[in-house]
Ligand binder design. Structure first.
Ligand code: DGJ
Length: 730
């Protein structure tokens, strides 16, 4: 039992393997958050608040005065509302039918269920290996109910949260904010977030949580390259292996906000959820609204353990479908090899060469449909360009299959070019504000996915294409953010719903297509890593991590991405040099090793490679497959990150959970003179066992490798990389 309810004292305690989480219904019916942190035996942790809590200028419950001031501004709460005296950042704002903003949520009831709750229309973690707690709160005055959902995955130290707001009054109310909040009553924290831009996603940034509010978010209609919907609150001295850290991952792909606020009494409140900017949802009498889920992992052993919990939970209880467990094929994508300049003969020539060296899947990227020889036109017209394909799509697929390869294809279903037949027929399908010319980005507009007829049109086009040929893989791209937001399908007072309805529409479309084509491997993409979030991973088990394929820049991108997301989700390809993004030249071996710690694929014109280079790729594929299970399902350790300018190497490791085998990868990411040898401490081994390194005769003690470390070998050329395969000696 991971959910324990003490009926007498009205205390809910959630116990995971290493964490405890507690709430208590206080004597005023308020659900107070009493504890979240390292696992402790069950006891009532409300003693610090039981005699009331009060400071000047903090309003309190009128019935409590004067002896026992009960100030909501001071109390740590499970869900914080605005309007009755809590001046901190609220989680939920409801504007009542009379225009007031009061919402005083008080305990009503609870239920405990086996298995994990699901959320209508939204992605969420799932599984029979979880338990669900639902606590229902009700407004003191009106029939507005909030059902708080908790999913407890004991093994992963994962607690998920979401809630449903139910309007059981006779009038419409406005939901102006719907976030999850978590109060820490004591302590000083840092906030770690992951910012970036196109081609440089998920750069780690760490800042002290100061008096006031620090926040990151997106109002771009997508989770975005610029900020990731994942953040960590941690002890100021926490590191990879030490300290209390709390991860917050939002299972959502649209506008979001994550904030950490420190108040006068040193309490810290974290808010996570849909960005309240441009959000206003009307709930008519009888309507309800479900928030996206927040996935929280607590680790008392630093960032590393937290990441490993997320990796397992995402792999096993978020990703779905056949390719959750099936080995994904090694692919070649033609984008960096040809861009728009290809025809079928060119693709088949590439496929031919690729198949000879062990590549298993050929992916035809952008440019195969409509009028699409550049990015000025064609999006929305998902009809194969038979001139360019020198026949039907089926014929091309068959030609690719004849080389021994599977065949995959690119789509950008959410966007439309003004120069397309679809736009000419339905200009209103694209977002645009009345009387204004919409702004283009990459020469394209965004389709209003909140509308069913728009989704149906796109679905029907995609379905036709997918049924017309033997297609094994789909890359689902999204190459701009949403401006000019306005839906002709909604009245003016409901325009604040459009961003969220867009995401609900996208999820509905993704559910439909992935359910109807269960044998297809789907990879999500948004100009590379613009929608790397837990929401998309529910529908597609892998994502193109970044359009930046340079091995050295990838060290930073994959390092940042690894804090929340597993290796199995990270699309990573070997591309040509000089790299198309930054002109850097790196050894082919280094490019391979970096791509191994992702899905490993190739993205270049293979017909232009020398025989020697092809042999090296062939060797890499064999090596990658040999280590596939270890890499994809192993425990991931960041041993040395790429950001320390005094260090030369980036080093990471994957180890079997039982410590019997590990693979360490090192890349020299700083090409500077003044090199000193670096000794790196390994992790995840068995201290009292001995190991061989790359089949060495010499034996190394597990304890020594972890406590004393291993010297990274020196190679005198630019950006060398090495693998150290650590195996248990008999
Ligand atoms: C952006 C993607 O990230 C690229 O890999 C490629 O698919 C292009 N779009 C095609 O337009």
């Amino acid at each position: 039992m991971s959910i324990i309810f003490n009926e007498e004292n009205k205390i809910f305690t959630l116990q995971t393997k290493s964490s405890s989480y507690q709430m208590k219904v206080d004597s005023y019916g308020l659900l107070v958050h009493t504890y979240y942190g390292k696992k402790i035996p069950i006891c009532d942790m409300s003693y610090n608040f039981e005699n009331g809590y009060y400071l000047s200028f903090s309003p309190y419950d009128a019935i409590a005065q004067p002896w026992n001031p009960h100030s909501v501004d001071m109390l740590p709460q499970e869900i914080s509302t605005y309007g009755n005296g809590d001046f901190r950042e609220s989680a939920i704002n409801v504007r009542q039918a009379d225009g007031s903003l009061g919402l005083e949520l008080r305990y009503d009831s609870y239920k405990i269920e086996k298995g994990k709750y699901s959320l209508q229309g939204l992605p969420s973690f799932y599984g029979e290996n979880a338990e669900t707690l639902v606590i229902t709160l009700k407004d003191k005055v009106y029939d507005i109910y909030v059902h708080l959902y908790y999913g407890i995955f004991e093994e992963y130290d994962l607690i998920t949260r979401a809630y449903k707001v139910e309007n059981k009054t006779n009038s419409a109310i406005n939901l102006e904010k719907a976030m999850i909040s978590l109060d820490f009553f004591n302590g000083d924290f840092d906030l770690v977030t992951f910012h970036g831009k196109h081609m440089k996603e998920r750069m780690l940034q760490r800042n002290e949580v100061f008096y006031g509010t620090s926040s990151v978010g997106s109002s771009r209609g997508a989770s975005s390259h610029m900020q990731n919907p994942f953040a960590i609150l941690c002890d100021t001295n926490a590191n990879e292996e030490y300290g209390s850290v709390y991860g917050f991952g939002l299972v959502y792909s649209g506008n979001f906000l994550i904030s950490a606020s420190k108040s006068q009494n040193r309490s810290t409140r974290v808010n996570v959820g849909i960005n309240p900017e441009n959000f206003n949802f009307i709930l008519e009498a009888g309507d309800s609204f479900v928030t996206p889920e927040v996935a929280m992992v607590y680790s008392n052993e630093g960032f590393g353990k937290m990441s490993r919990c997320y990796h397992k939970a995402i792999r096993n209880n978020l990703c779905r479908g056949k390719f959750k467990t099936a080995r994904r094929p090694v692919l070649i994508n033609n984008w960096e090899g040809t861009y728009f300049d290809f025809n079928a003969d060119k693709l088949v020539a590439m496929a031919n060469d690729a198949s000879k060296i062990g590549i298993e899947l050929f992916v035809m990227d952008d440019g195969w449909f409509g009028k699409r020889d550049n990015d000025l036109s064609g999006l929305g017209d998902w009809t194969p360009n038979e001139k360019k394909l020198q026949g039907t799509l089926k014929e091309l697929g068959d030609r690719i299959n004849a080389t021994g390869m599977k065949f995959g294809i690119w789509f950008e279903p959410e966007c439309i070019s003004a120069d397309s037949d679809l736009y000419r027929a339905h200009p209103d399908y694209a977002f645009q504000m009345p009387n204004r010319v919409p702004s283009e980005s990459r020469n394209q507009l965004v389709l209003d996915m909140s509308r069913k007829e728009v989704r149906d049109n796109i679905y029907n086009q995609l379905e036709k294409v997918l049924n017309s040929a033997n297609i094994s893989y789909v890359k689902w791209d999204f190459n701009r953010h949403i401006s000019d937001l306005y839906s002709v399908a909604l009245p003016k007072d409901r325009q604040g719903e459009v961003f969220h309805r867009y995401i609900l529409g996208l999820y509905e479309l993704l559910e439909r297509i992935t359910a109807n084509f269960p044998d297809i491997l789907f990879e999500s993409c948004s100009g590379g890593g613009g929608r790397v979030d837990m929401g998309m991973l529910y529908y597609m088990p892998q994502v193109w991590t970044s359009d930046n394929s340079d091995a050295i820049d990838r060290l930073e991108i994959q390092y940042g991405t690894s804090f929340a997301y597993p290796v199995s989700a990270m699309g990573a390809h070997v591309s040509t040099v000089p790299n198309h993004g930054n002109a850097r030249v790196t050894p082919l071996k280094t490019r391979g090793i970096v791509a191994y710690f992702g899905t490993y694929g190739v993205e270049l014109d293979i017909t232009k490679m020398t025989d020697e280079e092809k042999t090296e790729i062939q060797r890499q594929i064999v090596e990658f497959k040999e280590y596939y299970d270890l890499i994809q399902y192993g425990e991931y350790y960041r041993l040395q990150g790429p950001f320390d300018s005094t260090k030369f190497y980036t080093v990471w490791e994957v180890a079997k959970e039982d410590g019997s085998e590990a693979l360490v990868a090192s890349v020299r990411n700083r090409n500077e003179a003044g090199f000193v040898h670096e000794i790196i401490k390994l992790n995840g081994l068995i201290p009292d066992k001995f190991y061989r390194i790359n089949n060495s005769e010499k034996l190394y003690s597990g304890a020594a490798l972890m406590e004393h470390g291993l010297k990274m070998e020196y190679d005198f050329f630019a950006y060398p990389a090495r693998l150290y395969h650590i195996t248990l000696a008999e």
